[in-house]
Design a protein around this ligand. Structure first.
Ligand SMILES: [Zn+2]
Length: 254
C-alpha cells in the first residue's frame, strides 16, 4: 500500500476499511494531520500556527505519540531511562513541554482581543508603546530565546486591552522562531487585532544557541526592528518610538 493510500484510509475512517485492507495499520494522528495540511497547501513550519487543524482531544494524543518518539531519541542518545530516576519520565515531560509551553503558540488559536471603540471626538490619537516580556525558542537548535518586545502603535478606530499586546506577542513567540520572523509576526498580528496601519516592533533578546553552544557569547544581544506606516515614513514618529523605548529601558532595565 502506498503512503498516500494509507493517509487516505486514515482520513476516510473505518467505513472504507474493507477486506482488502488486511494488514492496514493505522498511522499516527500526526501523519493524518500532516497529510491534510499538505493537501491544503498549508505551511507548517516551526513558527506557523496550525490550531485550525487540531480539535478536541487531538493534543493529548499528539503528546502521547511525541512522548513515544522522545523515548526513541533518549535511547539513541544512550540515556538510561529505565534506572536513571531523573530520566524516567523525561520523554513525556518533553512532549508535554513542547505542546503546552515552549511551542504552545503553534497549537493554540489566537488570543481573544476584544476591541473598544476609539472613534469619539476626544479619541486617543497619540502613540502607545507596550513592553512585552518574551520567551521563545530558535528553530535551528531549539534553544531558548529570551527578551523584550516593544510594541508601538498609533491607535486607529479601535483599541485593545493593554495586556492583549503582550498576549499576542507571547502567542507569536511560543513557537520555533527566528527573531527576524518573530518581529514580523508580532507586527502583523498587532495590525490585524487593532486595524492600525502604523505599528513598530522592536525586539532585543539573548539566544541560548549563542550562549550555551557555538560561539558561547554570554553578553550578545540581538536587536530587530519592524516598522510599518508612519513609523517608516515619518521621521518624527520613528524618533518618538525609539525615545519611548529608551524611557522604558531607563524605567525597567533588563
Ligand atoms: Zn539557534
Amino acid at each position: 500500500m502506498t503512503e498516500s493510500v494509507i493517509y487516505k484510509n486514515i482520513l476516510a475512517g473505518a467505513e472504507q476499511q474493507g477486506d482488502d485492507d488486511k494488514g492496514y495499520q493505522e498511522g499516527y494522528l500526526g501523519d493524518a494531520i500532516r497529510f491534510k495540511m499538505n493537501r491544503d497547501g498549508k505551511r507548517f513550519w516551526a513558527g506557523d500556527n496550525i490550531s485550525e487543524y487540531l480539535q478536541g482531544a487531538d493534543k493529548e494524543q499528539l503528546i502521547n505519540d511525541a512522548a513515544e518518539a522522545f523515548e526513541v531519541v533518549l535511547d539513541r542518545l544512550l540515556i538510561d531511562r529505565e534506572t536513571d530516576p531523573n530520566s524516567k519520565g523525561t520523554a513525556y515531560r518533553l512532549a508535554k513541554m513542547y505542546f503546552n509551553e515552549v511551542m504552545a503558540g503553534r497549537y493554540e488559536s489566537a488570543p481573544d482581543a476584544t476591541a473598544f471603540p476609539n472613534d469619539s471626538a476626544d479619541r486617543y490619537e497619540g502613540m502607545l508603546v507596550v513592553r512585552s516580556e518574551l520567551r521563545s525558542m530558535c528553530s535551528h537548535h531549539h534553544q531558548p530565546v529570551s527578551g523584550v518586545a516593544y510594541i508601538g502603535i498609533i491607535a486607529a478606530q479601535k483599541l485593545i486591552g493593554l495586556s492583549k499586546y503582550t498576549r499576542i506577542a507571547q502567542w507569536c513567540a511560543r513557537r520555533g522562531t527566528l527573531q527576524e520572523e518573530l518581529c514580523n509576526d508580532i507586527a502583523r498580528e498587532i495590525m490585524k487585532a487593532t486595524d492600525s496601519e502604523n505599528v513598530g516592533v522592536y525586539i532585543q533578546a539573548v539566544h541560548g544557541c549563542c550562549e550555551n553552544r557555538g560561539i558561547m557569547a554570554h553578553s550578545s544581544l540581538t536587536q530587530t526592528t519592524v516598522l510599518k506606516g508612519a513609523f517608516t515614513t515619518d521621521a518624527g514618529t520613528k524618533k518618538e518610538f525609539f525615545d519611548n523605548i529608551k524611557l522604558q529601558q531607563d524605567f525597567a532595565p533588563r
